[in-house]
Design a protein around this ligand. Sequence first.
Ligand code: 5AD
Ligand code: SF4
Length: 469
Amino acid sequence: MNLPDYIEASRRTKLKKDIEYYNNDIKNIGLGKTYHIKTYGCQMNEHDTENLKAMLEELGFTYNDNYLTSDLVLLNTCSIRENAHNKAFGMLGRLKHLKEENPNLIVGLCGCMAQEEGVVSEILNKYKWVNFVFGTHNIHRLPYIINEVLNNNTNEIEVFSKEGNIIEGIPVKRDSKYKAYVNIIYGCDKFCTYCIVPFTRGGQRSRLKEDIVKEVEQLVKDGYMEVTLLGQNVNAYGKDLNLGYGMEKLLEEVSKTNIPRIRFVTSHPWDFTDGMIDCITRHENIMPAIHLPVQSGSNKILKMMGRKYTKEEYLTLFNKMKERIPRVSISTDIIVGFPGEDREDFNETIDLVNKCKFDNAFTFIYSKREHTPATKLKDNTPLEEKERRLNQLNEIVNKYFLENNKKLVGTLVPVLVEGISDKKNELYGYTDTNKLINFKGNDDIIGKIVTVKVTSAKTWSLDGELYDK
Ligand code: 5AD
Ligand code: SF4
């Protein structure tokens, strides 16, 4: 049994990581059995699930859309806020009843919650019937863990607090035939004071440029139209490698693969260089859509959050992007109710939002996370006041989403058509600036980039008509 340890998880060493290649000699143990995976949280988890699915299918398991009738249910969990926790524990509650009816059901838990000391001890005490738990650093060990559970009828807890080597070649079963996630950097060394990610995802480790480019080249051969380069902070890409290249060089190289669309998330404003901005403007296949979390508009709160920039520095970067990258859309993340945030601080956030008029914003109430530095800060704002601030903020950000969308009415936009929307029986896709658009057309253009004329705007989507195939 390997249990998580927060002190270990927070240590950072300068030791260079080696690369290991995925190797699995276990076969057929899942033949005749079905599996279901519930995924919570960010794109990183969604992509991990694509790896987990492929590994399970290599073992002979087949996918089952319905967890109620599956032989194996795996929860790929998220720790970022308390509600993500509650959802996973709620699901475990439902699975307990299923397991009482069907003792052969195999239940596993992985992802960020598995890296939390408190969660694993709760599972060991109250959820002893969970068959296996593994962390974010050893997803490649899934075949061995399941083999132990099936053959030796044991309960397996395998969580490593320290990140190991970078594992290349883990199989992947992608959800889309047109859009693909590609990891470029794992972990985070920023330690923003509210954030649990540096503990659950470990230290910053970049994949080699050659391995990333090879993966994208294969995607191009397979007919993919878009890649999203993934990392907790993609702009730190390469810093740990000491090979003389960073995010700008990587974008250059990925651009040369001629994949039609490149996106990347998430960017910490601190590491966003002028060179990166120029690189985006130079390459048509790097999309003019940037996610740039600001978190707060108050310098006092930004300092307490450990974000390492001021409101003025953020605005300078923001304005530079708007000036230099034609048609760019910029989205953000904002936390309200951080400990010590008073009305004045909150008004500073509103002021920043009024200046930036973001194209999209994900807004959250601060959630206290185990062992993070912010847990020590005094927080005397009542939850009702935090909810009021969130509602006020949401009203304002929504107003700007609509305003920005309205500016597109009458213009022609390039759209990667992804499929048919359930509700309206229309095609849907995303513009280069990452806006959802619905329009009528034949399904033979699914998977293609077409030109659409925007005819009307809503807060979260556009409507249009096909202009050119
Ligand atoms: N409470 C609320 N929101 C958080 N985020 C990260 N940690 C917390 C927390 N403890 C938000 C940040 C981040 C996004 C992914 O989640 O805004 O950018
Ligand atoms: Fe968390 Fe900050 Fe790292 Fe983002 S940059 S994952 S908010 S610690």
